[in-house]
Ligand binder design. Sequence first.
Ligand code: PMV
Length: 320
Amino acid sequence: MTEFNPITEATAPGKIILFGEHAVVYGRPAIAAPISQLRARATVSPSSSNNCYLIAPDLNRHNRLQDLPDDDALALAARLVLKAGQIETIPDVTIRVNSQIPIASGMGSGAAIAAAIIRALAQHLNRADLQSNEMVSALTYEVEKIHHGTPSGIDNTVVAYEQPIYFVRQSPQNQIEPFTVAAPLRFVVADTGVRSSTKVAVGDVRRQYSQQPAQFARIFDECGRIAQDARQAIEAGDVQRVGQLMTKNHAWLQTMTVSSPELDNLVAAALQAGALGAKLSGAGRGGNMLALVENAEMETAVRAALTQAGATAVLTTVLS
Ligand code: PMV
């Protein structure tokens, strides 16, 4: 009989996409990084009743696993662990989830919650084989299909590996490359307060691509080239260039129609306050934007300008 660990806990970070969102779905390179100060947490503890419970107070959820439909993201994360581990009897446990990552705002909250559940349950079951970054990423990818429709795989990868990555979606295996950050990059991240569905934004880009394949292929190529140039600039410590490339990437995202008046307003406010560059991050139409700042003084000015322009939350994260 397997020995189960009494109480296990795991966390996973939020993420930002620095370059290449949307184009990454079509095989162009993109760059993403974890935000380690914003985390999702899952704990698994033995349950006194003969049931597996899933409790997520932030999401107003308190359910028995057996009552949840196939397309429930939290339930799917737990079921995938049992399936991958060939565990036929559902364990009598309570899985409790909470998260500091705002939902539907381009910060990978869905992927982080799934990854935390997967790790905590795999630990509880004493299954080291289910806890590798590769396995957590692969199972999280399956859950991401519920949120995204056709996920590129970048969110689950950055959340599971918890390091900045250069990512290319490709067969049979995605290209996942960690890279060096020669000079620290200080990003101010600001929330428009507008919730937006990744699935809808990704679906709209797909529709436009099918209507204007040549134009959209060119836009995706441009975004891919920007991500390649940005990697070089990051590895060379050329912070000014990284900023210029962000603003350029934002313009292409506008052409794809995934920006919004609120995002454009925050991008303009950051640039006006002196940011080296600014862009939306994630699926767009709402959610968060990023501004690159050079030093603490610029950070203070940009944070104030973003708040003044209506950002509902502002945080700073440093990539080094
Ligand atoms: O989950 P979000 O909102 O950060 O969007 C993910 C980025 C996209 O490129 C728009 C979709 C994907 O699967 O890569």
